[in-house]
Ligand binder design. Structure first.
Ligand SMILES: [Zn+2]
Length: 73
């Protein structure tokens, strides 16, 4: 179970870094916690997002799981 969680965290952070993400936008630190996927209802498309929270200041960003599927990149 813990292996799956660490795998998800690494994938999300690797994805963000591959898109130019370089630390927390608010405080600049590089330690993040990744929460379980959350279902979000949008007007045009329902999707799940993964919350990524800065462990230093608590700033939270959401990453769509659509971004984490290799076939959709
Ligand atoms: Zn921060």
């Amino acid at each position: 179970m813990s292996e799956d969680e660490s795998g998800e965290m690494r994938d999300v952070l690797e994805h963000l870094q591959s898109k130019g993400f370089n630390g927390c936008l608010i405080c600049g630190q590089h330690l993040f916690g990744v929460g379980p996927p959350q279902e979000i209802v949008f007007a045009q498309q329902d999707t799940a997002v993964m919350p990524v929270m800065c462990v230093n200041c608590g700033h939270v960003i959401f990453v769509s799981v659509l971004h984490l599927r290799p076939e959709s990149v």
